[in-house]
Ligand binder design. Sequence first.
Ligand code: SAH
Length: 254
Amino acid sequence: MSKVKAKKYLGQHFLNDLGIARDIAQSLSLKNYSKVLEIGPGMGALTQFLIPLNTEIFVIEIDKESVSFLKKNYPELDNHIVEGDFLQLPLKEFFKEPIAIIGNFPYNISSQILFKAIDHKDLIPEIVGMFQKEVAERVVSPPGSKKYGIISILLQCFYDVEYLFTVDETVFDPPPKVKSAVIRLRRNNRDKLDCDEKKFLKVVKTSFSQRRKTLRNALKSLKLVDEISADRYLSLRAEQLSVEDFMNLTNCFE
Ligand code: SAH
């Protein structure tokens, strides 16, 4: 069967370095789960290294042509191929047990994939994936860096994050304009935040919306009820606060 023709609007950049595909597959820890969902398998560059692992592999692919290719070339996937949009997939209905997520992700929806993962954090013990390098760096960035921001904090609340390796444009067909990187996120043991989640989100978002200002200025619109405890943070800027600091700070507001 002929190859799938890459469609730009689906973010299709097929990986043609099998060594890298194998390295991504082997980055799964396989701890605390026995099912894996690959998002966007395309022609199966990565899938072929997932099939031999000692887990049950599901794939979700939006592109009909890729789905036909997979059905023909990987008959062992059998009824584990879902044709559709990962962002629309009702994960909790589909999967009743923990499921890891893996993929050379379509870059146009990579942040949305991560936000969906946060919403299903107790179903998803691990995420291994290829992202645009810049997105990968933001996810794993520690406090104090320019790259540290909302997405770093929201993920690091519930996941331990690791930058695994950088991947060159040249190993994709067609090559993307930017470099890529593979990262791993593993669920930490925090069940919930030590503060109200909605308020936390508001404090974090408001703090970073004016990230060059001190928090005293950036958070002017919110009502402070514990000035004494907040004092140690207010002369700092958002990027200087850890997840724990933001939880403490959240508890200082109404
Ligand atoms: N994993 C393959 C393909 C990567 S390209 C490889 O490494 O070669 C990204 C893939 O994601 C494409 O196959 C594209 O069709 C698929 N895709 C794009 N948007 C999607 C979505 N919303 N849900 C599921 N798959 C999607």
